[in-house]
Design a binder for this molecule. Structure first.
Ligand SMILES: C[S@@+](CC[C@H](N)C(=O)[O-])C[C@H]1O[C@@H](n2cnc3c(N)ncnc32)[C@H](O)[C@@H]1O
Length: 245
């Protein structure tokens, strides 16, 4: 792996994503995790301080980049809950079926090679009724912004080591067959150098009790869904809360 992706990028990412507004969203997301928890795309471990040791029995984290894992080591050394760190990718999780109560993905589906495969794996490893928590930056519903996100994505993929600005992640989550939904997403107005990462979409959906069936899921938001398609994001009675602070 290159010097940039394994040394400079992990350092850069730590700084770029330590904005207080991102931290607040990480805290709101991860604070919902309970039981046996898996986080996919752990990066440098920025979410770790926000897990509640009173609610999380054990945290398993998986991350493919050795550079990220090296940066995460310092945070892991200070962990106040039991953590198992694994090197690997979300498309092929080295865990058994129905092992986890909660799976967390934070700002990662933008970067994975195959987000649909990752979401299939999330469903496989979740226990029946288990919860999938996600926070992602997505394609805007505003045509002008979306156009720029599409134009900038080839550059972003280089600078951000595979990061896409133009993924319709809410639609991918809906298509993955989770049940229940959640609420909340919002058009995040430009803030500083992170402006192209807006809007953000967050949500929590559940694995159905019937296993891998084709459940209906939705994540509400003005994000990738756009104002137009946001109306198709319905809340459901099994909504489990969550969303953006
Ligand atoms: C923008 S970072 C986010 C890291 C962390 N979740 C956070 O909130 O700061 C995206 C992470 O996804 C990881 N990643 C890329 N491809 C992946 C894959 N196929 N499976 C799991 N993680 C992946 C990257 O190495 C990187 O650490």
């Amino acid at each position: 792996m290159g010097l940039y992706s394994e040394k400079l990028f992990p350092w850069l990412l730590d700084r770029a994503l330590s904005h207080p507004r991102i931290e607040a969203r990480r805290a709101a997301l991860v604070g919902q995790a309970v039981g046996e928890v898996l986080e996919i795309g752990f990066g440098s471990g920025a979410t770790l301080p926000f897990y509640d040791p009173a609610k999380v029995h054990r945290l398993t984290v998986i991350e493919p980049s050795e550079g990220m894992n090296r940066r995460a080591a310092a945070r892991l050394a200070k962990a106040v809950l039991p953590v198992r760190a694994v090197t690997g990718a979300g498309e092929r999780l080295p865990f058994g079926d129905a092992e986890f109560d909660t799976v967390v993905v934070c700002l990662t589906l933008c970067s994975v090679r195959d987000p649909a495969a990752v979401l299939r794996e999330v469903r496989r490893v979740l226990k029946p009724g288990g919860c999938f928590l996600f926070l992602e930056h997505v394609l805007s519903g505003e045509p002008k912004r979306a156009l720029w996100q599409r134009r900038l994505t080839p550059i972003q993929k280089l600078v951000g080591v595979g990061c896409h600005l133009d993924r319709d992640t809410a639609a991918l989550v809906r298509a993955a067959g989770f049940e229940g939904v959640v609420s909340a997403a919002e058009e995040e107005r430009a803030f500083g150098a992170l402006a192209p990462l807006a809007p953000l979409v967050a949500g929590s959906v559940r694995q159905g009790f019937s296993g891998g069936g084709a459940g209906a899921a939705s994540a509400s938001g003005t994000g990738s869904g756009s104002a137009a398609s946001a109306s198709s994001y319905s809340s459901s009675s099994s909504a489990v809360g969550g969303g953006l602070p």
